[in-house]
Design a protein around this ligand. Sequence first.
Ligand SMILES: NC(=O)c1ccc[n+]([C@@H]2O[C@H](COP(=O)([O-])OP(=O)(O)OC[C@H]3O[C@@H](n4cnc5c(N)ncnc54)[C@H](O)[C@@H]3O)[C@@H](O)[C@H]2O)c1
Length: 662
Amino acid sequence: MTTDHNSFQAAILQGIPATLPPKHQFPEGVNRAPKRKDILSLGEKHLAVRNALRYFPKKWHAELAREFAEELQDYGRIYMYRFKPNYKLYARPLSDYPAQSQQAAALMLMIQNNLDPAVAQHPEELITYGGNGAVFQNWAQYTLCMHYLAQMTDEQSLHLYSGHPMGLFPSSKNAPRVVVTNGMMIPNYSKPDDWEKFNALGVTQYGQMTAGSFMYIGPQGIVHGTTITLLNAFRKILKSDENCRGKIFLTAGLGGMSGAQPKAGNICGCITICAEVNPKAALKRQQQGWVDLLIDKLDDLVARVRTAQKNEEVVSMAYIGNVVDVWERFDQEDIQIHLGSDQTSLHIPWTGGYYPVSLSYEEANSMLQENPAAFKKEVQQSLRRHAAIIQKHTDKGTYFFDYGNAFLLEASRAGADIMAENKIDFKYPSYVQDILGPLCFDYGFGPFRWVCASGKEEDLDRTDAIALAVLEEINTTAPPQIQMQLQDNIRWIREAKKNKMVVGSQARILYADAEGRMKIAAAFNTAIANNSIGPVVLGRDHHDVSGTDSPYRETSNIYDGSKFTADMAIHNVIGDSFRGATWVSIHNGGGVGWGEVMNGGFGMLLDGSPEAAERLKSMLFYDVNNGVARRSWARNEEAVFAIQREMEANTPIEGYPSQPSR
Ligand SMILES: NC(=O)c1ccc[n+]([C@@H]2O[C@H](COP(=O)([O-])OP(=O)(O)OC[C@H]3O[C@@H](n4cnc5c(N)ncnc54)[C@H](O)[C@@H]3O)[C@@H](O)[C@H]2O)c1
């Protein structure tokens, strides 16, 4: 055992340390979270400090009160940096965790993965991704949570309120070990500034989707999702004898999630042009091998694109500059754009998420600081120009889709000519309306994922092989409606290792329906029982069939008026909790913004036991089919087909129709 291992176990078992730890030194070069809005009144600042002191003995209060007030002043939040542990944070093998419950140890592994500096965006501030996706609000919550997890038995449940461990309560073996809620607000208090205020007070947090639910697996998830989206977008526009070679995909953004676009474009086999105003972001993605070429002049870009088209190259190019300039220049040059999209951060348009075309990057940053009202006007004007040039291209045959970044919403709010004739819908579809909804979610296909808790690469290889065999077997008898989805994922899993997407835990993602997820999980459980692999943690992205109610994204292809309700996500988390989930989570916010979405998920430890075999059957079936049933009730053709298939495969209750009436 190494010193780090021993001190790690001892620190977890101790919880809040007995003596006040020394002041924190920030590691060099670490990516720190931006200073948050100074939103609290003086009285509220006092309250925030008092709230923070609750975690510590009275004898430390005088010293910590000063320090926490300074943190609030300097960073807009109290992170309690001093209590960040000294041991390394990363997903250790399951057996390394000091625990009485293996299920609790699985949670510890997944929590530490989300805080691993190689994985997390702002590890010092406990932010995993998305700028604000928090695992905990502060280091005291982390410390206490790990301490409780180490102590708890399989007959207890830990309840986390936005990172705060509210209590370890008696429950039962069949109950989840942990119940997570993040950002649950009284609906009237769910505006962006409410998050700023209540997060600064230390009473709520933004869990994004997989940050506060301990299910993040690095960039692999977004690369896979973007690949599936692009493959299907091309299918919509290509003739049956055509492929993506030499076809152009134009988009913007090389940031946290958007950086996946050129990588996915290369996997699909097209020419990707991705504009990025921030040269550092573009360079980082090139150095990571996510984009092939950096180009900073429009003339050079045009020449390189023409060569790539002529030679039908598979290549991705980062244009360092504004995406609107590329759209406009390609129009002048008559370069045919086959697919167009955008992944600038339009969920935060006024604070630097979207850079207006009228200003250089530097000018925009200065104006943002000095005159935010003028900056907002420039953004709105740019969005109108952006929408107008997209229209010119779509008139020439470009297929443009919104990729979940609120482009259409913000362009419409800016007064761009972007509404359909009925003045209700947008002119262009969102990727869920046209692609992921009807082709995947409505059939139950969504982002199933797993983590090999041994931490061994060879376990991941074995699980890849198991999953591949299961999908191939299912494909032999699958109906034509879902063969394409199966084949895309068979291709993905065959090549998954080659794409070198593993960062942090040994994790894999693929899209599968209820049958696929259940059969893959059952095969893993058998392999664990046979000692062929170690334990496996199952989970999924919240961006899925049933987990998320989000009217402009996951449920944007629900047309019966119910897309502004959130019953599905709430039922899902409750339903999963009594069907065997090891942990469940439900969040406000995530992707499209605070107050705009409810999203939930689960984690489940497979340990090879017969109980795990029962749990996975019951929970995975419901976890997928809850959403398929809801989508079918909304009259979505594909979901009607899928739920009917499920009902035929499962003995119908006598006297009830097996075909849903519409
Ligand atoms: N569809 C999905 O599944 C999905 C998944 C993740 C994120 N998103 C959404 O996509 C958006 C981007 O996410 P992210 O994590 O990459 O954000 P990010 O802020 O890290 O990256 C966005 C990038 O766009 C660049 N940019 C802004 N304006 C530009 C312009 N006019 N021209 C060229 N570049 C410009 C920025 O410099 C930045 O690097 C967010 O709104 C997010 O919610 C969608």
